[in-house]
Write a protein that binds this ligand. Sequence first.
Ligand code: NAD
Ligand code: DEZ
Length: 305
Amino acid sequence: MKVLIATEKPFAPAAVQGITSELKNAGHEVVLLEKYTEKGQLLDAVKDADAMIVRSDKITPEVLDAAKQLKIVVRAGAGYDSIDTAYAKGKNVVVENTPGQNSNAVAELVFGMLVYAVRNFFNGKAGTELKGKKLGILAFGNVGRNVARIAKGFDMDVYAYDAFCPADAIEAAGVHAAKSQEDLFKTCDVLSLHIPATPQTVKSIDYRLVNLLPKKGILVNTARKEVINEEELLKLMAEREDLKFITDIKPDADEEFKKFEGRYFSTPKKMGAQTAEANTNAGIAAARQINAFFATGDTKFQVNK
Ligand SMILES: NC(=O)c1ccc[n+]([C@@H]2O[C@H](COP(=O)([O-])OP(=O)(O)OC[C@H]3O[C@@H](n4cnc5c(N)ncnc54)[C@H](O)[C@@H]3O)[C@@H](O)[C@H]2O)c1
Ligand SMILES: O=C(O)[C@H](O)[C@H](O)COP(=O)(O)O
């Protein structure tokens, strides 16, 4: 089978090597399309691909229509909102993700950004410590659980809320279970977002919710920019000079947020999963899932059943 690795943002070289040898050892042909700049390059490359491995690359109906032989596309990562899963299903294309493979990388970045923020972006003025502060984790999935683990090392008081994870499972992980999203925002000094972008969550982080944060609250986003209601957050930050917003996903209104100097930080490019380890873990998992799919029909990680 022909497997296309299509990554506008390439994997680390060691990851590409690992993915390629997994696939070749299983008898597949590997084609690499990296750093493409035109949609046409992707449309051309997918024409004869039987399988694809992608990162945040947009797999639209146009791409799926061009991929006449495609049977499976694996998103080397957690969030698959960049893929039109329903359209793929209609074309009998299996869509999979690789859950948990990059979650430690994202969790470590949360703390990198947090230390930077509480130390006033290293401007030389006295900052604060994380020890003893209340950390709220919105969504207790793979990333949220890793954030909780690291937060305990900082001696933070950790709370979480997840719409689909029962409170006793959160408590069993040694984390306080908040009764609701509102309860989590009201309680915590730092609020870290780990919800996927879904119809229920898009723009859900709005004025009303963020305004529940106590004085000097910090909102951290390593999830998706779409979950934030940017217009309302801008309004709130203009009204509340105590709030900080730090994010791994540049908002559309980045220029406007930049006006809040000393209270806003965005990574220049999404960095959460950008480690050699996460690239290798997610990429090799994707390759193995493709091998299993062609060898035995395994669809354990399918997200468009
Ligand atoms: N910055 C990055 O590079 C990066 C890397 C990995 C993941 N992400 C983003 O972070 C998200 C979380 O990643 P993950 O690996 O923890 O995913 P995951 O699937 O392991 O966890 C997601 C959690 O969200 C919960 N959830 C779903 N809808 C919810 C809602 N409406 N309210 C509350 N909880 C809800 C689920 O129950 C689940 O526990 C991904 O969907 C992706 O968008 C970003
Ligand atoms: O959802 C995810 O897993 C991450 O957002 C994702 O892997 C990071 O995006 P990437 O850096 O791979 O484009």
